[in-house]
Design a protein. Structure first.
Length: 181
């Protein structure tokens, strides 16, 4: 490993730490992080491309090219079907227990996300992602938030406990590969 590789891994680790320590609803953590290393990226990119072709979503195909060219990817997901017991109805159900029951009754499919999800947990996910990319920026690590990479990570079983996930591919080159895609 050279100095840039060491810096990249340090920044990725700090990104995961930022996601982990981001504020959470009622202080209950349901965030999951996983660092996908360079050698694992071709499989993730292939899954993104296949999904894009199957569902005619060109952005998945475009993003797959970026992921394949990246140095690594941080996946940040959430166990969004865990509830906080506050019955806020943000999920569309009258209570947390009703949402939990709907989760148990729902058939598992190959859809991009599993639902319903607790709105507080989804908010936690957004805050965690924001914290991770803030850390990447502070360390001059080029990055892009990609829901497409999170979908592929979920469908590939990289974060099986997550109902929703996003990917944050990163790059440390002379030019930001995510800028003029």
């Amino acid at each position: 490993m050279n100095g840039e590789d060491n810096g990249l891994m340090a920044a990725l680790t700090l990104m995961a730490l930022s996601a982990r320590t981001a504020p959470k609803g009622k202080g209950k953590d349901s965030i999951v992080t996983r660092i996908i290393l360079k050698e694992e990226l071709p499989a993730l990119a292939a899954r993104m491309k296949a999904f894009g072709e199957e569902y005619h979503l060109s952005l998945f195909i475009r993003d797959a090219g970026n992921v394949a060219a990246s140095a690594a990817c941080l996946v940040v997901g959430v166990r969004g079907q865990e509830t906080l017991g506050i019955d806020c109805q943000g999920c569309g159900y009258p209570s947390c227990s009703a949402m939990s029951e709907a989760c148990r009754e729902r058939e598992v499919t190959g859809s991009p996300f599993a639902g319903p999800n607790c709105i507080m947990k989804i908010t936690d996910l957004g805050i965690a992602i924001g914290s991770a990319v803030k850390t990447a920026s502070m360390h001059n690590l080029d990055n892009r938030i990609m829901y497409s990479a999170g979908v592929a990570a979920r469908l590939s079983g990289l974060v099986p406990e997550c109902s929703v996930a996003y990917g944050i591919p990163v790059s440390a080159t002379g030019k930001n590969i995510y800028f003029d895609r």
